[in-house]
Design a protein around this ligand. Structure first.
Ligand code: MG
Length: 429
């Protein structure tokens, strides 16, 4: 028998298969928010920003996502809201947020103070002065900022202009700098895509968020994501995102897949009828086990306590504890041992025995303690996966008897930050 702990975060890059699995899991949360950047994410980067047309399949997928129940879609862009609405042709169902998270609606400009309006005009004048040296510079005025595009300008000229802006207007009081791909934006308000994500999450009550973005300003959004959220960087460059894909075409593919998964899950595809779950209990705590030794519900330290595993109602990311053969897709048999609440899940080469232990003949478990025992017997490779909501101190022991002439390997996949896993060899229990 061999065992390996899940690798610490950062030791290896998540693969596209990992991303597919993450999308599959997040498609099953109660309330989902799907948000993306625009340029470089929904639309390929082009020399003239006014010609940045979105990939059609992405727009179709976002509209499909937004039309589903308990599912919301948003595009958060550095562009002005009016520009974003015109270029994306998205309206109504898909929420649009412009100016890096500042512009939630067209009335935003009225919230600016007289000083901010004046400062923005000064920034605009200064950029026009610097841009006058080369007609290929492009100035993009926005309600609370001005963007200086230098994509089409030769490096020495562009570098000198950017240097002058960074050493001058960018240092003025109350001016903030946002650097993007061949664009420098100076703004008079202090917001970010991260704040926009937080506001949208709160507004729709999202259980989890998926965010796709390609630029430096999207990092503000990536660092706000946590728990079951999924962050996807588009293209190359340093990132705080967990996953990476190549280009807007890849974004379209993932959005379409997510829309399909979400629709199927909402329609009840793959849902296990409640009567097919088995109950474990110790007089204080109850747990539910779906066919396949898949523990999908358990609260602790009492039956009305917080849920450690809530996959039954919130999908995979809400917590489950699954033990199954890695190479056997046959349906197992599940039955209680006699008149007890000891549950056996049986495959041809593997048996998992589950119970909530009271021990020493007590009718109920002691207050504040829960012992979930899962005994694994058989041969071959075993897949072991645990994802839970950790609100209590947790100790995990792996105890196994040495079995001669049998071969068994245990692969661990665990999403428990800060929790240590280990194997105790040669102990009976
Ligand atoms: Mg972008």
């Amino acid at each position: 028998m061999t065992g390996t702990n899940a690798p610490p975060a950062g030791d290896c890059q998540p693969t596209l298969d990992d991303l597919d699995r993450a999308l599959e899991a997040i498609a099953q949360v109660p309330v989902l928010l799907v948000a993306t950047d625009y340029d470089g994410t929904l639309a390929p980067i082009v020399n003239d920003p006014a010609e940045a047309v979105p990939v059609r399949e992405s727009i179709v997928a976002l509209r499909a996502v937004a039309a589903l129940g308990s599912t919301h879609a948003a595009v958060i862009s550095g562009r002005s809201l009016a520009d974003l609405a015109a270029l994306s042709a998205l309206d109504g169902q898909v929420m649009l947020v412009g100016s890096h998270g500042s512009e939630f609606d067209q009335d935003f400009v009225r919230s600016l103070t007289g000083q901010q309006v004046e400062l923005r005009q000064q920034l605009l004048d200064e950029m026009h002065r610097i841009a006058a040296r080369d007609p290929r510079f492009r100035i993009e005025p926005k309600p609370a900022s001005v963007a200086f595009h230098y994509r089409n300008v030769a490096d020495p000229v562009a570098d000198s202009a950017v240097e002058e802006l960074l050493g001058g207007a960018a240092t003025w009081a109350d001016v903030r700098v946002k650097a993007g791909k061949k664009v420098l934006e100076l703004t008079v308000v202090d917001t970010s895509k991260g704040e926009a994500i937080d506001a949208l999450r709160h507004r729709v009550g999202a259980t989890a968020v998926v965010y796709f973005g390609d630029d430096v300003t999207d990092e503000d959004a990536f660092v706000r994501l946590h728990g079951p959220d999924v962050s996807v960087k588009v293209g190359t460059g340093e990132t705080a995102a967990t996953y990476r894909i190549t280009d807007p075409t890849d974004v379209a593919r993932r959005l379409a897949r997510l829309a399909g998964l979400r629709e199927a899950w909402l329609a009840g595809a793959g849902a296990v009828p409640i009567e097919r779950h088995a109950l474990l209990a110790d007089g204080r705590v109850m747990a539910l086990v779906a066919p396949g030794a898949r523990l999908v519900w358990m609260c602790a330290p009492r039956v009305d306590g917080p849920a450690l595993f809530a996959g039954l109602v919130g999908g995979e990311s809400a917590g489950h504890f699954t033990i199954e053969p890695a190479a056997d897709s046959s349906a197992p048999q599940q039955q209680y041992d006699g008149h007890s609440l000891i549950l056996k899940t049986v495959w041809p080469r593997l048996t998992v025995t589950d119970f909530l232990d009271c021990s020493a003949g007590r009718p109920t478990q002691r207050a504040g303690r829960t012992d979930l025992l899962r005994q694994v017997e058989g041969r071959g490779e075993v897949r072991w996966e645990m994802s839970l909501s950790l609100r209590c101190k947790l100790l995990i022991y792996f105890i196994y008897r040495e079995v001669r002439g049998w071969e068994m390997s245990l692969s661990l996949r665990c999403k428990l930050p800060g929790t240590r896993l280990g194997l105790l060899h040669g102990l009976g229990y």
